[in-house]
Every structure is written in structure tokens, then in C-alpha cells.
Design a protein around this ligand. Structure first.
Ligand code: URA
Length: 205
């Protein structure tokens, strides 16, 4: 039995990382979150998508991008001709950070300390995945991957470099689209997001 698990570990480095990350105490976020939400997808993916952190739904389900932002992301991937099952999807920070407000848990942006503490995991994932292109979804992913505090506005559509991840293509976070106030701007920004995803797909082709 012991031997089996060693064989499985060697053949499945991401599975081993996932197991290790499940016990992560590198920052205090593990104390209140339900569980670590590790990356998921094809180990040989050409494209790796990096979000911010799991949300309420992801924290409960244990899977990345399965809540409202995930539904928006899925739709955009589909419209961009990208098969999520052939990609790898992860987050810069792997525990949900929130503030309790009555029965609700309100999302809180991860800070620099949490991003830095969690970099160990994204770095380890990237070491295994070595994708053709990494797509940073929003400012937290940019910060995690490049160490820069570049704004999404300033670097959208650009390819930044990372000391551990290879080329990093920048676009908005799908939850940005959910926060837009009117239907007109939602439509325009959704189209821009899909165009960014198509550009990323082309860059990795
Ligand atoms: N937002 C993220 O950044 N990641 C998720 O997994 C869900 C929502």
C-alpha cells in the first residue's frame, strides 16, 4: 500500500501538491475558510487561468470558479472557443477571505501578505504545468505572478513576464463584469473579455 501511494505521487505531482495544500497554514486564512481550493484541470494544458481567490460557493464546493463568476467565466470561455476541460484553472490565493455579516460571508480582497504566503502553491503548480501561456484574471493574479502592482487597466492585453510562470497575459476578472451597473456596458465589456480570451488562445496556438 505504501508503495502504491509513492508510485501514484510520482505520476501525479499535482495530486501530491493538492494533498499538501489541503493542510496549508502558511497564512491565517485557513482558520475561517472551509477548505483549500486547489487548481483543477489538465496537467498538460496549454493555457492556465489564474483568478484571485475562491468565493463563497468555491469555498463550500472545494472547486475553483463554480459560483457566479465561474458561470460568467464558463460562458466567455465557450464563446472564445476554449474548452475549460482542456485548460487548467487556479487562484492566486487558495483560501476564501471573508467577513461575516449576519448569515452572509462577504468577500474580502486578499492582501499582499496573503498573496505572498500563497505564492508557494502557484509557483509549484507552474513548475509542473509549464503552460504555453498563463492568463492573469485581474490585479491579484498579476501581483501573484509578476510581483508587480500593475493595474489591470494599464496592462490589459499585454504579456508580462514572471520569474516562475513564463509569459503572463493580462485581462479583467470575470466578477468585474458582474459588477457593471447597466446592460449596455455589460454587453460591451463581456465582448472585450471574450476578445481577450480569443487573443490568449491565439497567442498559445
Ligand atoms: N473568483 C476567483 O477569483 N476565483 C474563484 O475561484 C471564484 C471566484
Amino acid at each position: 500500500e505504501e508503495r502504491d501511494s509513492i508510485v501514484i505521487d510520482a505520476a501525479d505531482p499535482l495530486g501530491r501538491l493538492r494533498q499538501e495544500a489541503a493542510a496549508c497554514q502558511r497564512c491565517p486564512l485557513y482558520q475561517d475558510a472551509t477548505q483549500t481550493v486547489f487548481g483543477e484541470g489538465l496537467p498538460t494544458a496549454d493555457l492556465v487561468f489564474v483568478g484571485e481567490q475562491p468565493g463563497d460557493k468555491e469555498d463550500l464546493a472545494g472547486h475553483p470558479f463554480v459560483g457566479p463568476a465561474g458561470a460568467m467565466f464558463d460562458r466567455a470561455l465557450d464563446d472564445a472557443g476554449i474548452d475549460r476541460r482542456r485548460a487548467y484553472v487556479t487562484n492566486a490565493v487558495k483560501h476564501f477571505k471573508f467577513e461575516p455579516r449576519g448569515k452572509r460571508r462577504i468577500h474580502k480582497k486578499p492582501g499582499i501578505a496573503e498573496i505572498n504566503a500563497c505564492r508557494h502553491w502557484i509557483e509549484s503548480e507552474m513548475e509542473v504545468l509549464k503552460p504555453r501561456l498563463t492568463i492573469a484574471l485581474g490585479a491579484t493574479a498579476i501581483r501573484s505572478l509578476t510581483g508587480q502592482s500593475a493595474s489591470v487597466l494599464a496592462s490589459r492585453g499585454q504579456v508580462l513576464s514572471s520569474s516562475f510562470a513564463g509569459p503572463v497575459f493580462v485581462t479583467v476578472h470575470p466578477s468585474f463584469l458582474l459588477r457593471l451597473p447597466d446592460e449596455q456596458s455589460q454587453k460591451i465589456e463581456y465582448g472585450r473579455f471574450v476578445d481577450d480570451l480569443k487573443a490568449a488562445r491565439e497567442l498559445a496556438a
